[in-house]
Structures are given as C-alpha cells and as structure tokens.
Design a protein around this ligand. Structure first.
Ligand code: PXP
Length: 251
C-alpha cells in the first residue's frame, strides 16, 4: 500500500503569519526521505494554504509522485495542464467548509467531470475522483474515464463500535466494485496512526492519502518520525502484525 503525505497544513502554519516558513516543499522532501510514496497537495480556490507557487515548486521537487487535489473548474483545469502533476484528484469544494466535506457527485456532474478528465488525459495527467463509498458513484467514475477512485473515509474515522464496522464493510464493498471495474482504489480523510489499520488491511485499497494527523504529529515529534511511524502502522496492519482497535489501537 502506498502512503501519500498531504503537506497542506505545513502551508496553513506558514500562512498564519505570512512568513516564508515552514515550507511545504521542504516538508515534502523530508517526507519522501522518510519513506512517503507520494506527495499530495490541495490548491483551493481561496488559496487558504497551498498557493500557486507551491504547486510549481512541488512539481519541480517531488521525485516520487505528485497528486494535486483540485475542484473541477476551468481555472483548475488550466493549472493541471500547466503544472502536470502525475495525478489530479478531483474533490468537491465549498468556500465555507473547514475541510473537504463529502465526496464528489460524479453522477450529478458527469459532463463537466468528463471534460476535466479528458483535458487532463490530453496533458498526460491521470485523474482520480474522491467519492463516497457508493457503487453508483464508482460506476460513474469509470464511465467518465477516471483511472482511480479515492474512497472518503471520514465517516469511518468518526464512527465508533458497530457503526464503524458497518462503515468498514461499506468501504470494502465499494473497493471491490472499483477493482472489478478496473479502477485503482485509494482511501483518505481523517486517517491517522491509530485508525489506519483496518483500512490498510483491505487488499483492494492500494493507496492512502493522509494529511492533518501526520503534520500534527510532525509538529511534536518531527516529520521524519511522524512519516516513519505512520508507514510502520500501515505495513504492520497490511502484513498481519496489527492486532486491531480492540486490542491496542486507540481507534
Ligand atoms: N484525501 C482527500 C481527497 C482530501 O481532500 C483530504 C483533505 O485535504 C485528504 C485525503 C486528507 O485528509 P486528512 O487531512 O484528514 O488526512
């Protein structure tokens, strides 16, 4: 399973004071050195954290894989075709939200998403769609030409007990639908060292995108250790050493 580290919140800290530091590009380099398999950043319409210059510098610097999260707008399609990240992940975006809420409505926005995906493909950029764990959204993602879906894990992360088990089953079913349709399946949102285990054990899910928790850990223990600990939690779960929330994980 690939671990992609999202460096948005390094830029959040920087922008809080308008200083040039801490630099999300330097954080990305350190995350790669610590073992991250890819770097993710979200250029929001309001530029609240990552700004255009960060994206250009990330493209020059990232040696693993650059995943740019964008809204499906004309402005962002122009960014995608100019910067040419390896992958664009289309996400829904509302100005007033604190973070991305809910998945993209691919069924409702088929034509505009299809145009965006085709525009990216023309520039050699793959497209992933951030969706809820619903078969109809995954089928629509396939129909508009995406190569990957990223399943929204926010509800799983917030749920407890039986509700969490049910949510995990929903994610597993959705991941199987994706693989059966020939899509790659990623997952993300709200994941951390303690709750990533059950997701890491889903064979169909081959990538996780993790941001807030790893940058929060990095503030206290350094980014090198934060990324290594997370990578360890993922591989221990994937390969059977993780013993589950009931026997140690905080969940
Ligand atoms: N995946 C997607 C598509 C996202 O929009 C985000 C949040 O930017 C994440 C993953 C990472 O979520 P978190 O910061 O909660 O780890």
């Amino acid at each position: 399973m690939r671990l992609h580290v999202n460096v948005d919140h390094v830029a959040t800290v920087r922008n809080a004071r308008g200083t040039p530091y801490p630099d999300p590009v330097l954080a990305a380099q350190l995350a790669e050195l610590a073992g991250a398999d890819g770097i993710t950043a979200h250029l929001r319409e309001d530029r609240r954290h990552i700004v255009d210059d960060d994206v250009v510098r990330l493209r020059r610097s990232v040696t693993t894989l650059l995943n740019l999260e964008l809204a499906a707008t004309e402005e962002m399609l122009a960014v995608a075709t100019r910067v040419r990240p390896d992958v664009v992940t289309l996400v829904p975006e509302r100005r007033e939200e604190r973070t991305t809420e809910g998945g993209l409505d691919v069924c409702g926005g088929r034509e505009s998403i299809r145009r965006f995906v085709a525009g990216c493909a023309g520039a050699g950029v793959e497209t992933s769609l951030f969706v809820e764990a619903e078969a109809r959204q995954i089928e629509a993602a396939r129909a508009v030409g995406a190569v990957q879906v990223e399943l929204h894990t926010g509800t799983f992360c917030e749920a407890r007990g039986v509700a969490r088990e049910r949510e995990l089953e929903r994610l597993v079913r959705a991941a199987r639908v994706g693989v059966e349709l020939g899509l790659r399946v990623a997952a993300g949102h709200g994941l951390n060292r303690q709750n990533v285990g059950p997701i890491a054990r889903v064979a169909e899910i081959t990538e996780v995108n993790i941001g807030h928790s790893v940058i929060a850990d990095a503030v206290l223990i350094g980014i090198d250790r934060a990324v290594r600990d997370l990578a360890h939690a993922i591989s221990a779960a994937r390969h059977g050493a993780w013993r589950g929330a009931a026997t140690g994980g905080r969940g």
